[in-house]
Design a protein around this ligand. Structure first.
Ligand code: HEM
Length: 155
């Protein structure tokens, strides 16, 4: 369950946004609970240093992340002000370009997401569908090799 395939440099990545049924099953509060739990796990993880250390700033990122996923999953347009007319996923990729993200960082991120998702009590196929999005999309955030070179995968 929740399989992870490795990112390959230069590979074309295809993904599809989560099924709106995931949002319908969880509702806004359910998505928020999932994302807050996820970020609490991140805060204690090996990639915590990527994120703001100041609790107030961290809380802002947590809430922005929540609003992104609410909109991405078919809920209200809670994040569009940040993305300013740019397609959501495109905007997210640009935002992650500012950080040096390794495959190892992605695995840690996915591990936190898996741990949070396992606790959510909705149909397994909806969770699997959501997982497929994060598993694939996260490959596009990986942009740095172990020897420090920058690289890109593409849509
Ligand atoms: C499916 C993959 C991912 C998605 C959908 C995603 C989504 C997001 C969102 C919505 C935000 C908040 C944007 C905002 O502040 O407006 C964010 C921020 C961030 N993400 Fe990701 N992310 C993904 C993978 C990763 C991975 C693998 C890393 C690895 C370290 C990462 C590191 C970060 C960092 C460092 C920030 C900025 C924190 C800050 O300074 O506020 N993300 N991400």
């Amino acid at each position: 369950m929740y399989p992870i395939t490795p990112t390959k440099q230069g590979e074309k990545v295809s993904f599809k946004n989560p099924n709106p049924a995931f949002y319908e099953a969880l509702g806004e509060d359910g998505i928020r609970a999932l994302m807050y739990d996820f970020y609490d796990i991140i805060y204690e993880s090996d990639i915590a240093h990527f994120f703001p250390q100041d609790p107030e700033e961290f809380a802002k990122t947590k809430e922005k992340n929540t609003r992104f996923f609410i909109q991405l999953c078919g809920g209200p347009k809670a994040y569009e002000e940040e993305a300013k007319g740019v397609e959501l996923n495109e905007y997210m990729l640009r935002l992650h370009d500012d950080f040096s993200i390794y495959e190892k960082s992605r695995l840690e991120w996915l591990g936190a997401m898996r741990e949070a998702l396992e606790k959510v009590d909705i149909a397994q196929e909806l969770k699997d569908d959501f997982w497929n999005y994060v598993e694939a999309f996260s490959k596009l955030t990986v942009n740095t090799t172990v020897d420090g070179n920058k690289y890109y995968t593409s849509l």
